[in-house]
Design a protein around this ligand. Sequence first.
Ligand SMILES: *Cc1c(COP(=O)(O)O)cnc(C)c1O
Length: 519
Amino acid sequence: MLNDQGRPTAPVRNGDDSDTRGTFTGNRALAQEEALIFEIGRVGTTGVDIEEPTAFAPRLGGLARQDGIGLPGLSEPEAVRHYVRLSQQNYGIDTGLFPLGSCTMKHNPRLNEALARLPGFADIHPLQPLSTVQGALALFDELSRWLRELTGAEAIALPPKAGAHGEFCGMAAIKAAIAARGEAATRTVVLVPDSAHGTNPATAALLGFSVRPVPARADGTVDAAAVAAALGPDVAAIMLTNPNTCGLFERDVRAIAHAVHEAGAFFYCDGANFNAIMGKVRPMDLGVDAMHLNLHKTFSTPHGGGGPGAGPVALSGRLAAFAPLPYLKQDGETFTLVEDEASAREAGAAPLGRLTAFHGQAGVFVRALAFMLSHGADGLRQASEDAVLNANYIRASLGNLMSVAFDRPTMHEVLFDDAWLKGTGVTTLDFAKALIDEGYHPMTVYFPLVVHGAMLVEPTESESKASLDLFIATLRDLAHSALAGETERFTGAPHYAPRSRLDETRAARQPVLRWAPPP
Ligand SMILES: *Cc1c(COP(=O)(O)O)cnc(C)c1O
């Protein structure tokens, strides 16, 4: 049925006055409902008043459109209201604390935005003659220099456009290095600890490797002995996250790296959690061969919803030659891009190929370098220290009410499980949804999978103590409610959001992505 395809965007009026949803308009005080643009726009209406072109002979031939295009038209004030209302329904880091673990949702300094909008960066095109974009290339080079300094890497591959894309790049470099050794047919397995981000096994599988899981120890870290037991002549690499997704530093990381190298394999480190160790540890000193950095997490940049991101990869001396095309080359004062395989090979490199049309996500590069330069080396180190301090403050302030999964100081994020909710009738999901009613985006829930009913909280360094104290007080209030059996606060929450509890399973399994006009 056609109208089944419509999304429930029309105001909900259930006529029950006791329900806050029962306003005539569906609005809640000054929070406005907003329908889809197709529902409010009218074909034939346009926001601009320009004259019909005269003496105009279309040159489209048989390709000329026969019917109207059916786009909804709005006047300018209607269009402005539509998008402003939508923007107000979007919770972001500029709205409030965003404790989503494993995401590093930190404040995005406006200085970065101002610099990224400079015409010399914003208005250039990758196909311009290189002589006209020397400044931008110099910025890429300076960014690489900072990333090499922070990671201890031999080379930085700039092209990847997200963390997962960086994983692909780093693992493709490892695959190329293994093929160059003539071991492509035998080294086909990648070790992935149970606590890994889902992108790790996905990356390995995408590159044709099979995944061998490594169990976590009871303390949430990976056991060097378990890694040694899983290693063999068939293993190409391990993909390890450090600090791991439980927010814990892998204490045996050097022993793991040693065992991996002894077995002839490579060490890929998922560097998405670099915010905990930036300026404190150079991952390559721990034996890492390849590691992506999520510039959009660690070095700020508005992110979420799929972009924009940048996932440059730090490569050790063993992998640098396999970096993807294009890469920067400096001749005296002049920067060029090595674009083709032949000239790369002439220079002794063995590039793994090309990952994107151009050289990467330039706007994010500008923001990341602005973040680095404005913090300085000492400031970056302090950002890590403050991120870790903030996470531990939350852990210490809630640990006597909510059960922490691992009872030891944490890195930049703190992991709770649902043991403390046992018998209350409140689940992790209910608890997270009730947080929405209090005006907070929920923490990450049910991830990592190694913990039952996980709640992963990452405050980042950019929250003040006052902000953390209010967040902690809110969680404590909710926790007391849950423990007192006040299930009505949780079941079906959020109660005050424009939409209450959705059937997320059905939404994921039977997504309705098309709107069709009602019959
Ligand atoms: C965010 C994240 C990724 C993936 O990064 P994207 O930029 O979202 O592709 C990978 N691993 C970990 C641990 C992460 O937190």
